[in-house]
Write a protein that binds this ligand. Structure first.
Ligand code: DC
Length: 237
């Protein structure tokens, strides 16, 4: 990892926004979390926000084909990030309830792309994301962070990785949380989401012109974090 001397210098430099976009399962969130921790920045998982909105719609039995129902339902969405005092780990809460685990299940996976295509949902969440990043010192990951949410972010990363490698990583992640899912099913879900995320009309996933592309297929985790920290240091100057 980055040596501590280096990091302590970075902590006193100008605060910036780091936007990390890319396909599902590229390791964006683990990387973004580690970068935020090293810089003592706030990490914001925008995917968790779309997942939480999806869970809210499922809980409310909202008809996702009925815009009026969606508008009604989303007006009742209360989404918060809270940091656990002891561990410092950030969790997402829906209407006061910790849903960090519930939003990662296959139930939500199956619907989240459909939800994230809805303009009214995106408008509300993007507004919240901009508010969360208004003081800078933020690492946010998602699909449209460098293109729509923070088009002026000082550092934009576009992460990619081979589908097979992404599926294996996602399977391991889910297993660690006690959910055993066949690899083929994960691969299918990831590839469907790739297509939906990059071909949708509303804020499709694409690399911003000024983003740096980082292919993590064969990178060690520490190396990908270091690559971003190195770029961050350049942009803070
Ligand atoms: O990063 P993730 O897999 O947790 O994201 C879940 C879904 O949310 C994904 O299918 C795309 C969508 N999403 C989005 O449309 N825009 C974002 N900024 C973040 C996620």
């Amino acid at each position: 990892m980055f040596d501590n001397g280096h990091i302590s210098v970075l902590l006193f430099m100008k605060k910036i926004i780091i936007a990390i976009d890319g396909f599902s399962g590229c390791g964006k969130s683990t990387t973004a979390k580690a970068v935020a921790k090293a810089l003592q920045y706030t990490y914001i998982d925008s995917g968790a926000m779309y997942r939480t909105a999806t869970l809210h719609f499922l809980n409310q039995s909202t008809n996702l084909d009925n815009l009026e129902e969606i508008k009604q339902s989303i007006s009742k969405l209360k989404l918060e990030f809270k940091r656990n005092g002891k561990s410092g780990v950030q969790k997402v809460f829906l209407n006061g309830e910790d849903v960090e685990h519930a939003i990662r299940g296959m139930h939500v996976n199956a619907q989240v792309s459909k939800v994230s295509k809805i303009r009214e949902v995106r408008n509300q969440l993007v507004e919240m994301q901009r508010h969360l990043g208004h003081s800078k010192g933020v690492v946010m990951d998602g699909r449209d962070i460098g293109t729509v949410v923070f088009p002026d972010a000082e550092l934009k990363i576009f992460m990619t990785a081979d589908l097979d490698i992404r599926a294996l990583r996602r399977q391991k992640e889910m297993l660690a949380k006690g959910e055993e899912v066949p690899l083929e099913l994960i691969k299918q879900n990831l590839s469907e989401r790739d297509i939906q995320d990059s071909t949708r009309e509303e804020s499709p996933l694409r690399k911003a012109d000024d983003a740096v592309e980082l292919d993590t297929s064969h990178l060690e985790f520490g190396d990908q974090v270091n690559a971003i920290l190195k770029l961050a240091k350049e942009r803070m100057n």
